[in-house]
Design a protein around this ligand. Sequence first.
Ligand code: GLA
Length: 393
Amino acid sequence: MLREELLRLHKQLFAGQEGYDVRTFFAPGRVNLIGEHTDYNGGHVFPCALDIGTYAVVSKRNDQYIHVYSTNFSDSGIIKFDTSTKIVKNETCSWINYLLGVCKIFIDNGYFLPCGLNIVIGGNIPNGAGLSSSASIEMLITTVLNEMFNFNIPPLSMVRWGQMVENNFIGVSCGIMDQFASMMGKKEHALLLNCNTLQHQHANLKLGEYVIVISNTNKRRGLADSKYNERVKECQTALKQLQSIVNIANLADIDSAEFSKYQHVISDPTHKLRALHVVTENERTLKAADLLQRNNLIGFGKLMNESHISLRDNYAVTGYELDTLVAAAWQDTSCIGSRMTGAGFGGCTVSLVKSSETQNFINNVSSYYTQYTGLSANFYIAHPADGAREISQ
Ligand code: GLA
């Protein structure tokens, strides 16, 4: 198991140090069931944390240095940085920036790190799959610093800091969903989050005879960050124009009836489509969470399908591979809903599938996908799990 492997490795690399004592931490990835590209528009999202994620084995040092080794990037070897000097972005090694960014935000907020740390990290989230491996590292390191140094920082502050690292240090204008899900997830529950107020509730995932299947297109998400930032800007422009005639702070503050009334002020037809997606997706998310509570899984699945269509036609973040994988799922009678999940431009889909027919579903979707794309997909059954935590015991 990964955790044992990391413990062994940590001992091998760092056990010589005086007073060697290790603690272990975990932060999950997430899958979003519905509510895509709504978070940075003040709308609702409905993700759950997963049982896959990133682990850290940690011990204290006698100086101010962080020494870190990642099994996912073993070519980098042990990377070392000094927390007592100004922390700047590393332009050659991108993964270390998540650690640099988190340490920097603690220090910027007045939390002096009393000593350095030896850290071995390793994760089992497929890289670039859109299951939030980066948010999981951010929430992992945040939890490590908070627990190792007993800072007692409220979880919501750590969530916001994670998003700020991503926005200001990494340079992706993401919303708050991924960090929130990774920190606040709960076993067997999804999380209905209002990204404007941060009010949230855990919704029991009563799936009856169905399971959540995550399918990975294995399509590299090239240019995803710049396309993502472009969508954020398009939404901001649409919002500005709407604000000339209606008093709103976010695109998701209006419903689709109001949108029909006001949409004429959005001059660019593409921006109009982007805003239409946000407004309708926010409504779908609230409706879907409600249907789930009423055990109406068929209705929930239909909204997942509608979500995909809107992400494809109005928001233009799907692409051939995601559309093909979703089309394959839609054709299968065991599937009652399927859509892309996460930022898009590659990555994963999420589907509701009859549990007794999961293997058939996987076989059928897999061969259809390969036939039309020449790629092979991977499949995981999602197990909604708890958020970031220490797992030393
Ligand atoms: C990425 C971002 C999130 C969210 C989704 C799309 O995962 O990190 O904040 O915007 O895309 O819903």
